[in-house]
Design a protein around this ligand. Structure first.
Ligand code: NAD
Ligand code: 89V
Length: 343
């Protein structure tokens, strides 16, 4: 199949990474962009040499001329834009968080299914090189059957300077960052039956919670802890690394700071450097995330051409989104909550 043409809606902070990644992706290019903010439209249009520019998504879809849309706006507009894509029968990628509520997310999946168009959530963290390396060790059976895990993201990095809206919402760390960590836990240890969570706000200058500790009961029988914090001041800042510990029947996996992967089993132990590549347009410490943006966008193109399901399809992401909703419910009630009933 020839090169796919894409349109990108939302030319903000993170879309710059997506535009760079589209330049590197094999088999697709961006031919039109849209942002309701004229300044952002000009900055991104000029930087990436895109002539077709729109301030209104309705006008973009009416003109058409593209094979997919990449929605990189913040959550408030996700449902309306995904439904617009479905209405115009255009396959869509939607940034995380997928929607404001699980009911909205379900409606978006249903709209795309009814229209017969693929829908993928840009849930890129599972595409990070170190996370893929952990998954590979498990798939090879090197530590037997996993029975316990910890997925940890603890940082004091100032995310608010690049993304000021993160300080303003009633919800913060589970909805914005924990959503990635919960998705990694599902990707590594499988779907989850119940959730118990505790949250805290340490930074007085933000509205939402910046610390969360979440206990997951996986359907496989494994137990895991997802712990996330933006209030943790360490001597060596780990942002944006997710650290992982997995114990299995035959051995252990440790993904430690500095992208070091340690595997121990009856044959001995090994350590490998699983650092992400520093792509030509990337910069530290974001290069881990930036490489995963390239990887998920290449996956989108490859699966779209094959007509196959995407790893983080809208339907798959409902299960991650349900964990976010259930974690907030559990933190509010102090109770363990069941996940299955939501789906
Ligand atoms: P941003 O506010 O910097 O950019 C959003 C842009 O979308 C703005 O320029 C805004 O004018 C535009 N926009 C909003 N609604 C629109 C509409 N209806 N039509 C046209 N344009 C519209 O936000 P950001 O920091 O770039 O975040 C965007 C999304 O990316 C968020 O959902 C965020 O959670 C997500 N994000 C993901 C990652 C990741 O690793 N996956 C990292 C950072 C941010
Ligand atoms: O991935 C994200 O959504 C970002 C960050 C890594 C900074 O939390 O908001």
């Amino acid at each position: 199949m020839s090169e796919l043409n894409g349109a990108l809606i939302g030319c903000g902070f993170f879309a710059i990474n997506q535009m760079h990644a589209w330049n590197d992706v094999d088999g697709a290019r961006i031919v039109a962009i849209c942002d309701r903010d004229p300044e952002r439209l000009k900055i991104v249009g000029d930087q990436f040499g895109i002539e077709r520019r729109y301030s209104d998504a309705n006008a973009l879809f009416s003109d058409g001329g593209f094979d997919f849309v990449d929605i990189a706006t913040t959550v408030q507009s996700h449902r309306i834009l995904v439904e617009m894509a479905a209405q115009h029968k255009v396959p869509a990628i939607c940034q995380k968080p997928f929607a404001k509520t699980l009911a909205d997310a379900k409606a978006m999946v249903a709209a795309c299914r009814a229209a017969g168009v693929p829908l993928m959530v840009h849930e890129n963290f599972r595409w990070q090189t170190p996370i893929q390396a952990v998954r590979k060790v498990l798939d090879e059976g090197s530590i037997g059957t996993p029975f316990w895990g910890r997925f940890s993201f603890r940082s004091g990095y100032d995310v608010f300077s690049g993304q000021p809206y993160l300080a303003e919402g009633e919800r913060f760390i589970i909805e914005d960052l924990g959503i990635h960590t919960l998705d990694i836990a599902r990707y590594i240890l499988g779907d989850v039956g119940s959730v118990t969570a505790r949250t805290k706000r340490v930074n007085p200058r933000i509205k939402g919670e910046d610390v969360a500790t979440i206990l997951l009961d996986h359907e496989s029988g494994a137990t895991s802890i997802v712990d996330v914090s933006y209030a943790t001041k360490l001597s060596k800042e780990p942002f944006p690394e997710t650290l992982i510990e997995i114990d299995g029947s035959e051995g252990t996996i440790r993904l430690t700071q500095g992208y070091q992967l340690e595997v121990a089993n009856a044959s001995g132990s090994m350590t490998a450097d699983v650092s992400p590549k520093l792509l030509s347009w990337a910069s530290r410490p974001w290069h881990n995330i930036q490489e995963s943006v390239y990887a998920i966008q290449q996956h989108w193109v490859d699966k779209l051409k094959q007509g196959a399901e995407h790893s983080t399809s809208g339907a798959d992401n409902l299960k991650t989104f349900a964990l976010v909703e259930r974690a907030y419910e559990s933190a509010a009630s102090g109770q363990t909550v069941d996940v299955g009933a939501m789906l």
